[in-house]
Design a protein around this ligand. Structure first.
Ligand code: G6P
Ligand code: MN
Length: 445
């Protein structure tokens, strides 16, 4: 079985390859094709993978190419993990937004819109090529902003593109852990958009255990989301939000912390990764070790500013590795081998969430089998959550329309309608600022 990874020179590719190395079952991936625009990054990552594979007799063969069409031909699965504009682009997304006093996170608020505007045209081109060159391939989209990008691709690939994220899984696992439940035996009632969802229940043996958590302040304050959002706010909500909702519920504090930080997340990662790829040019560098140390530092500092404003302290040891490669592998296995399972995924809504139309990509528990991902029907969201979901989906639709038409005024509308952008004038200046720094937005006229 052939797996093609787009963004194959990306820093997190060894996580995927590590997960593939654990899979010895029949029907596993035997050939990995890495595609990237940058040959230097490809050779850096290839070195790490070679060290990972050392000693494994059934390690998947790895090849690398900068030719996209060649990479796609004959693929059974395509993982799309690209970063249009690189980490420099991410740092610029943050800087331009923060200068206007609004959030520049890569998936939330103004930063997410800017990143979406330059990523959607590239993702659409990929989707069209897959449809033409590898019509039987399944596409698993990792590229952020994952919900929006998956929706853009689904217009060309239908249900054969599925978006993934590890944050709902991590959230479910943490809640199960504090409740003393086995995450594998629990049904997690989670729904929303990517990075905008809520856990409303956790059912074990037919009983909802979440009220027990919400009723116990000590337990509630003992894990990441309890520390981040505070016990009182979680009890008011009666649900546990995805960690990315911290940017909404504590927006002012998050913006201030990002403005005051020595480096924004994107700028930090830009420097960190530049060091990693530079080091890989030294033939004597221990590739796997350098990669792993860099990874550990990245994970330990994830959402550090948010945790700092909340006084949440260091990350819990058990939360450090997100595990999105595990979600991707579980999804691929379920489809390729009909290993039926349940996963929280980004798929077209159909009739799961009644406030959105059938084609809206949402994040929802799905039953997965050889026919793909089937979203389950969920209870309606409370009004406050439905309001946010509808507002942000409307913004995503404006981003898709702007990418489609190249219309600058539609791009302004996307920014202006976002709940975290507080003025149409700010939206206009954001479009100006972003088009100045991003060559990938030159299409906006
Ligand atoms: C979480 C999110 C991902 C994001 C990742 C890394 O797992 O769900 O969407 O890519 O964190 O974040 P970072 O800030 O390290 O790039
Ligand atoms: Mn994510």
């Amino acid at each position: 079985m052939k797996l093609t990874i787009l963004g194959g020179g990306g820093f997190r590719v060894p996580l995927v390859y590590g997960a593939l190395l654990q899979d010895h079952a029949e029907g596993r991936v035997t050939h990995v094709v890495l595609h990237d625009l940058d040959a230097g990054r490809l050779s850096a990552v290839t070195r790490v993978l070679a060290e990972q594979a050392a000693g494994a007799s059934d390690a998947p063969e790895v090849s690398a190419t900068t030719d996209l069409d060649e990479a796609l031909r004959g693929a059974d699965f395509v993982f799309s993990a690209i970063r249009v504009g690189g980490l420099e682009g991410r740092a610029n997304d943050e800087r331009v937004a923060l200068a206007e006093g609004v959030l520049g996170q890569e998936t939330v608020g103004a930063g997410g819109i800017a990143y979406g505007l330059r990523t959607v045209p590239v993702a659409v081109d990929i989707a069209q090529r897959v449809a033409r060159l590898a019509p039987d391939a399944w596409v698993i989209n990792f590229t952020n902003p994952a919900g929006l990008v998956t929706e853009a691709m689904s217009r060309h690939l239908g249900d054969r593109v599925i978006g993934i994220c590890d944050s709902p899984v991590g959230l479910g696992r943490r809640i199960a852990r504090v409740l003393g439940a086995n995450p594998k035996e629990a049904w997690i009632d989670y729904v929303g958009l990517n990075h905008l969802g809520w856990v409303r229940g956790l059912h074990v043996a037919g009983r909802d255990e979440l009220p027990r958590l919400l009723g116990d302040p000590d337990l509630l304050g003992s894990f990441e989301e309890g520390k981040l959002f505070g016990v009182d706010w979680l009890r008011s909500l009666g649900a546990i939000p995805n960690e990315y909702l911290h940017y909404y519920y504590f927006n002012r504090e998050a913006v201030r912390a990002y403005q005051q930080a020595e480096k924004t997340r994107g700028a930090f990662l830009y420097d960190q990764q530049a060091r990693f790829y530079a080091e890989m040019k030294n033939p004597d560098a221990p590739a796997l070790k350098v990669w792993d140390d860099t990874r550990a530092e990245r994970e330990a500092t994830y959402m550090a500013e948010n945790r700092e404003t909340a006084g949440a302290g260091e990350r819990d040891e058990d939360d450090l590795s997100g595990g999105y490669e595990k979600v991707a592998l579980a999804l691929m296995r379920a489809i390729a081998r009909d290993e039926r399972t349940t996963l929280i995924l980004n798929v077209r809504n159909r009739r799961s969430l009644s406030v959105l139309d059938t084609d809206a990509v949402i994040e929802v528990p799905c039953l997965v089998d050889a026919n793909g991902a089937h979203p389950v029907t969920v209870d309606p969201l409370p009004d406050h959550a439905a309001g946010l979901v509808c507002a942000v989906k409307a913004v995503e639709r404006e981003v898709l329309a702007a990418a489609d038409s190249g219309s600058r005024s539609t791009a302004v509308k996307a920014f202006a309608l976002h709940p975290l952008v507080d003025s149409v004038n700010v939206a206009r200046r954001l479009v100006e600022g972003y088009t100045e720094v991003h060559p990938g937005l030159a299409y906006l006229r």
